[in-house]
Design a binder for this molecule. Structure first.
Ligand SMILES: [Zn+2]
Length: 178
């Protein structure tokens, strides 16, 4: 760990005391190398850890939006959250194109990602990480990610869409292809 100024170290201790230095994931109880995490990333104004030298009074509101998580659970949460943000913005960076191949009697989905857009780039990185972690191809990672994020309602839409009902998919993906 990098050495902290006395002021930063004091604030760090205050944060530990205030939030309780234990991973917030139920059942985890880890108390080592914990990381500060914004419970709701959309409320984040700044990264507390990088401003530990500020006056406590200027940190406290931001600290109260946070919790401690161990590395494993922080990583897991960040990945899911990133995906939520991407879902919110996906119409800007993802296009799905649906076609029917009569020779194979198959419905095919073509997945296009715009990595020149910030969210597209972020998603690309997540997909690379998944394919690396799970030792699978990029396409398999796309499928895994979809499995991970579709809730029951969306899954049933996906099934209908697989049967060739395009409207279900365009509804799901805010307009489908561009
Ligand atoms: Zn944990």
């Amino acid at each position: 760990m990098k050495s902290m100024t006395p002021c930063a170290a004091k604030n760090w201790d205050r944060i530990k005391l205030r939030l309780g230095y234990e991973c917030a994931e139920p059942g985890c109880n880890c108390t080592e190398n914990l990381q500060l995490d914004h419970k709701n990333p959309l409320t984040k104004k700044f990264d507390v850890k990088s401003r530990l030298s500020c006056k406590w009074v200027n940190l406290i509101d931001e600290v109260d939006k946070c919790q401690f998580l161990c590395e494993k659970h922080h990583d897991k949460k960040t990945r899911n959250e990133d995906w939520e943000v991407i879902q919110y913005k996906r119409k800007e960076c993802i296009w799905l194109d649906f076609s029917y191949n009569p020779l194979l009697d198959e419905h095919q989905v073509h997945f296009t990602l715009d990595i020149h857009k910030k969210t597209g780039k972020k998603l690309y990185k997540i997909l690379c990480k998944i394919s690396e972690d799970q030792n699978c191809s990029f396409n398999d990672a796309v499928e895994k990610l979809m499995d991970m994020t579709f809730n029951e309602d969306n899954l049933s839409k996906l099934k209908r869409a697989k049967r060739g009902e395009k409207n279900e998919f365009s509804h799901l993906f805010n307009g489908g292809k561009k």
